[in-house]
Design a protein around this ligand. Structure first.
Ligand SMILES: *Cc1c(COP(=O)(O)O)cnc(C)c1O
Length: 379
């Protein structure tokens, strides 16, 4: 059997081991140390002025702490994009708060500003103003930040940007991860850069970053003994994995260029295929890192061939692909939570597919993908 072509697999620069080696040689085998500090500094410089980064154990941990910093507690309501990975919404439940799910729009596949404002107005009318909003840059595509930020500001609601997969993407030249009151990044194994597992919280002031680090290190008060006035968490990034992050930051721009080249490859291939749309930037304001290339299949125009037929055909050729996110409001665990919007996210799930998009795919892989697509669409 030929080797499996993955959707998105880790891609090392070669320097990661050097930083891990340094950690061993200096015995910084702990959830703090020079690699953590340097990784945070590099990210801060990358994101630009007035961004303060706390390196954490995962993107999920960053969302959890972000909601705590937003003051979310038991019984609060948090608006959340429905078209996302479950990790965007789970931390709402950790806090005993209620997620209110919102549909996407079809330009960026992210939070629909119109449905979002309708939900805010309706929740207020029902007697409960939402306390925070979680907006995602799905598959690396920036959300409609101008509209979304304006609405959040109009109603004075805390905005959390889930930029887990959008490091390096920009909207009007501003980097994703910096649009909310707090942003979060993920360095999970399948993301654009990885630390094997890890994440970061992006704060607007050093005080908020320091507070995130305080929560992430068990909320220790300033005392020689262990003294605690607040509930703490063990969410700090290890100095070992931060070494991987340092090595990965050196190749971030290369990884973005290579993922964008994969997207170009699919755009070129599907130019002449009826019934398949490759999802791309709606205007020049948007720059996506194209973490994953996503397509929509319209069986009415493909001679009845569906997204699932395509997925199975690729699977038979040992090529991984995956349906787009199953919306959170359709997940059994969130079935009883409120939902606002129409059926856009639902139809994205029905007809959408993500293709192999890794920065480590080569010509041989692209030829195999092309021939599997030829067999499916042209045979
Ligand atoms: C990966 C991902 C997360 C979670 O990040 P982890 O580091 O895996 O905890 C959250 N939201 C989105 C949209 C993601 O893609």
């Amino acid at each position: 059997m030929n080797k499996k072509i993955w959707l998105s697999s880790p891609h090392m620069s070669g320097n990661e081991m050097k930083y891990i080696q340094e950690a061993f040689e200096t015995n910084w085998i702990a959830p703090l140390g020079p690699n953590v500090t340097e990784f945070e500094n590099t990210l801060q410089i990358y994101l630009g002025e007035n961004n303060y980064v706390a390196a954490l154990s995962s993107g999920t941990a960053a969302i959890h702490l972000g909601l705590i910093l937003a003051g979310i507690t038991q019984g609060d309501e948090v608006l959340c994009q429905t078209f996302t990975f479950s990790a965007s919404a789970n931390p709402i439940a950790y806090l005993g708060a209620t997620p209110v799910f919102i549909d996407s729009e079809s330009d960026t596949l992210n939070m629909c500003p119109k449905a979002m404002e309708e939900a805010i107005i309706d929740r207020i009318a029902k007697g409960k103003k939402p306390k925070a909003i979680i907006v995602v840059d799905s598959y690396g595509m920036p959300a409609k930040w101008d509209e979304i930020s304006a609405i959040a500001k109009k109603y004075s609601i805390f905005l959390l940007e889930d930029a887990a997969s959008a490091l390096g993407s920009t909207y009007k030249n501003q980097k994703c991860g910096t649009f909310g009151d707090i942003g979060i990044l993920s360095f999970n194994g399948n993301k654009i850069i990885t630390t094997s597992g890890g994440g970061a919280l992006v704060a607007k002031t050093k005080e908020i970053k320091d507070k995130a680090v305080f929560f992430a290190t068990q909320s220790r008060d300033n005392a020689p003994h262990y003294q605690h006035s607040e509930i703490g968490y063990n969410y700090r990034m290890s100095n070992i994995v931060a070494g991987i992050g340092r090595g990965q930051m050196e190749v971030l721009e290369d990884h973005i260029a290579l993922r964008r080249a994969m997207h170009d490859f699919y755009m070129a291939y599907f130019k002449d295929i009826q019934g398949v749309t490759v999802f791309t930037e709606p205007t020049a304001d948007y720059f996506s890192n194209h973490w994953l290339t996503a397509i929509l299949v319209n069986p009415g125009q493909t001679g009845g061939k569906t997204r699932e037929d395509l997925r199975l055909a690729l699977d038979a050729a040992n090529i991984e692909s995956r349906p787009l996110w199953k919306p959170m409001h359709l997940q059994p665990i969130f079935a009883n939570d409120p939902y606002y919007g129409g059926t856009i996210s639902e139809s994205l799930f029905q007809n959408g597919l993500c293709f192999p998009s890794g920065s480590n795919l080569d010509d041989n892989d692209r030829n195999r993908i092309k021939s599997a697509l030829d067999d499916f669409f042209k045979a």
